[in-house]
Design a protein. Structure first.
Lengths: 280, 283
């Protein structure tokens, strides 16, 4: 009888502890969101989205170019990074059993752990210095380098989940190995791969450090990828460290928009997974 | 001209008894020369053998059943016929497999092409989950010769009809195959296998994961398939072998013990081991 009581007490205690840990884990996120909404929501208006940054001393202005710039730079990173990452992931899962696969996997894991500021400096010395100036292209490269190992490893995990019986069935139909990998295996894992890509994109969209040395930021509108370009994280940083209250308010608003953007991408990732589950 | 006629393995390796000698004559072939045949086929896994020195013919338009206890090599033999065996790391094959007299293991033969002529259905249904029912049936056509647009739909319909599935899925050709029952999925896999018009169809325990209704569907289907194809079926179910096959080959420990017309194998086997197995005394 006593044993049962002790068991129930310990059980409830442990359950309570896990709830507590979960609450602690989401507390910072909730706090950040609340803070951003309180401080930033007031400054989000039409001007914020359509006006450009203003010169020192003037009030008003908005984040229009920074938003466009972030979309362009992240888009560049996707164009460069996603195909390489997905391709590498499929390779690792389907053919990466040997030494080369081991090396690629090891390097990818190491790069996943590399601080993004280091990647910014590397791209600065490899792209910015030879070209002689900062550029959106260099920013895209830096983000792509962060993107590739994340995408490669998640893609590999997802492709590995495809049952081997499907590979055999395709091979038995007379599919060559490469077509089996693409038309059957990767296609089966497609929704999961897309989800992984979206999560990775959400992660790099908020990166600031690698852009400091590469895209640099720009007060003026530029859609030329070989010149410096504004980006959300950069303008948030500039405004946050600036001396004006007006700037600080806009920086809060910018941060809120950036978080919402990342949230939207993550939500899209969830929806893709959900849709997949419905289909199957 | 025919390099191999189907007859019992000439020698159960350890001691070549005279018992094999009287078995001369085409004991296993009611219908002429074999479409597919193995000649001294040995399948290796690294240094060990899964199948040893098997010489066996599979006559056209008949169903040949491969029976024997687990691990006797019948599945390995089946997978050697369409060169799936060699996909296992370290696996290789010695001897010959002849399709219409042509050695499938000769130098320069592309295993991918071999698999287009010799279709295979597996133990568990393997519909491609990312494709619709129609796309699944057409999957094998994608790697074959190019087809005119309209013809694809025609082939899909005909394949589904030949797999006795058309009436059940004609209104949902574009739905996911995963909504189908296990038996329907297996018939879908059979439709996918027949669509590219192979010459031979290999069935690897095709009913092992199905309920009795699904099983009897597949068995009826096998009777239809043999009108157009040469069929080889591996089964653990002796009643099934007796029901569906014309010729039965009994394997034990990697060797072909005896092959012959199914009725004879089940009623008057020549080998003691065959009799022990078909009467349920071991295996």
């Amino acid at each position: 009888m006593r044993g049962r009581l002790v068991r129930r007490v310990v059980g409830s205690l442990m359950t309570g502890l896990t709830y507590g840990a979960a609450a602690l884990a989401i507390l910072p996120l909730a706090a950040i969101l609340a803070m951003l909404i309180v401080k930033g929501a007031g400054s989000i208006n039409l001007d914020f989205f359509v006006k450009s940054a203003v010169p020192l001393g003037e009030s008003g202005g908005g984040f229009a170019y920074a938003i466009v710039g972030t979309l362009i730079i992240v888009g560049l990173a996707c164009v460069v990074g996603l195909p390489i990452g997905i391709g590498a992931g499929i390779y690792l899962a389907e053919f990466g059993g040997g030494t080369f696969g081991f090396v690629v996997r090891f390097v990818a894991d190491m790069m996943n752990g590399t601080p993004s500021v280091v990647i910014g400096i590397i791209v600065w010395s490899l792209v910015v210095t030879p070209m002689g100036h900062f550029s959106a292209f260099a920013g895209g490269c830096a983000l792509a380098i962060i993107l590739v190992p994340i995408v490669a490893r998640t893609t590999e995990e997802m492709v590995r989940l495809v049952p081997n019986s499907l590979r055999e069935a395709a091979l038995a139909l007379g599919y060559p190995q490469w077509r089996t990998s693409l038309a059957v295996v990767a296609r089966t894992a497609r929704a999961a791969i897309v989800t992984g890509c979206l999560v990775a994109v959400a992660r790099v969209a908020g990166e600031t450090a690698p852009l400091l040395f590469t895209a640099f930021g720009n007060q003026f509108f530029s859609a030329r990828i070989f010149s410096p370009m504004a980006a959300l994280p950069l303008q948030i940083y500039d405004y946050a460290v600036g001396p004006y209250d007006d700037w600080h308010r806009l920086a809060w608003a910018g941060a809120l928009v950036l978080i919402l953007l990342v949230l939207a991408i993550s939500l899209a990732a969830r929806l893709v997974t959900r849709a997949k589950r419905h289909a199957t | 001209m025919e390099p191999v006629i189907p007859q019992p393995s000439p020698a159960p390796a350890p001691r070549p008894t005279p018992a094999a000698a009287p078995a001369a004559g085409p004991a296993a072939a009611p219908a002429g020369p074999p479409r597919l045949a193995t000649d001294a086929l040995t399948a290796w896994y690294g240094a060990t053998t899964g199948v040893r020195n098997v010489t066996l013919g599979f006559p056209a338009n008949t169903v040949t059943a491969l029976i024997g206890p687990s691990g006797c090599g019948k599945s390995t033999l089946l997978r050697s016929l369409n060169r799936m065996h060699e996909l296992v790391p370290g696996a290789r094959v010695t001897g010959r497999v002849l399709l219409d007299g042509l050695d499938l293991y000769a130098a320069g033969v592309n295993p991918v092409r071999v698999r287009r002529s010799i279709g295979m259905v597996f133990q568990r249904p393997t519909p491609f989950p990312a494709m619709s029912i129609a796309e699944n049936v057409a999957a094998g056509l994608a790697v074959g010769p190019r087809l005119p647009r309209g013809q694809r739909a025609e082939i899909v319909e005909r394949a589904l009809q030949r797999a006795a599935l058309w009436d059940e899925v004609k209104d949902r050709l574009h739905d996911s195959p995963l909504a189908l029952s296990g038996g329907q999925q297996q018939r879908l896999c059979i439709a996918r296998t027949v669509a590219p018009e192979p010459e031979v169809i290999l069935l690897d325990e095709p009913t092992a994961s199905l309920d009795p209704a699904g099983t009897s569907h597949i068995e009826e289907l096998v009777q239809q398939l043999k009108k157009e194809f040469t069929v080889v079926i591996v089964t653990h179910n002796l009643q099934q072998a007796a029901r569906v096959s014309d010729v039965t080959a009994f394997f034990y420990l990697g060797e072909l013990v005896e092959a012959g017309p199914t009725t004879r194998i089940f009623t008057a086997p020549r080998e003691e081991r065959t009799e022990a197995y078909v009467t349920g005394r071991f295996g």
